[in-house]
Design a protein around this ligand. Structure first.
Ligand SMILES: [Zn+2]
Length: 236
């Protein structure tokens, strides 16, 4: 009962958003339609705290880019899917200062609230896009709890957490749990299984050039060949 948790960032035409950390809206619709046509349900990440159904998939979007809200929601809805969007609360409505040299606009609170109303999940991606693996437990807790409170002030009850860069250390699960979360998303190269730690669930990064064959390769074949490719997906 493996569950693919797919990790995207921006959603926009190449002319606007380039290729790095981006997917064309039509490609995203194809990805979602591929799973739905095969009888998969789309779950929100917060649903992963509970047992999940036999055929389920989860679409996640890091950083809350404006393009994700502008193109991504419609691209998923065209296929009948929803997803979870992870925002950096100090940067909402500003730009992605952590994308040095490639800063892009981030959605503001009103767009995020619209998405929540439309059935999408808005989750916690820390206050400042912190690399948690470099911080002690109290600083990690401050990043996670501060973001939780900022979301709550806007009327967003966030129920899942997503690690910036997938970065973590031994103190990270305790810091996530202390902020009240039962679901945390990390990065890996395989689908989730029911025996995974729900606070560090593996996600697979999807790149600009990934069409259905590459998606299947990443989900079904590459996990069996863990040493063949070492380059991170997002540099393609
Ligand atoms: Zn991020």
């Amino acid at each position: 009962m493996k569950l693919p948790i797919l990790c995207y960032h921006k959603v926009g035409p190449q002319a606007e958003e380039g290729r790095r950390l981006n997917i064309e809206p039509t490609a995203l619709t194809y990805h979602a339609a591929f799973f739905l046509r095969r009888g998969y349900q789309t779950l929100l990440a917060r649903d992963l705290a509970e047992d999940w159904p036999e055929r389920a998939v989860c679409f996640t979007f890091d950083d809350g880019y404006e393009s994700t809200l502008t193109h991504g929601l419609d691209a998923l809805r065209r296929a009948g899917a929803v997803g979870s969007i992870y925002v950096v609360t100090d940067a909402v409505g500003k730009d992605s200062s952590w994308d040095a040299g490639n800063e892009r606009p981030l959605a503001d609170w009103s767009r995020l609230l619209e998405a929540q109303t439309a059935g999408f999940e808005i989750g916690n991606h820390t206050k400042s896009h912190a690399r948690l693996g470099d911080l002690d437990e109290s600083r990690q807790a401050a990043e996670i709890e501060g973001a939780h409170e900022a979301l709550a002030r806007q009327g967003i009850e966030s129920s899942s957490f997503c690690l910036p860069y997938g970065s973590r250390n031994d103190a990270t699960p305790a810091a996530i749990r202390a902020a009240g979360y039962r679901v945390g998303l990390a990065l890996s190269r395989r689908s989730a299984t029911p025996s995974d730690d729900r606070l560090l669930l593996p996600r697979v990064v999807i790149a600009y050039s990934d069409r259905i064959p590459q998606l299947l390769y990443k989900l079904q074949i590459r996990p069996l060949l863990p040493k063949l490719r070492r380059r991170p997906d997002y540099v393609r």
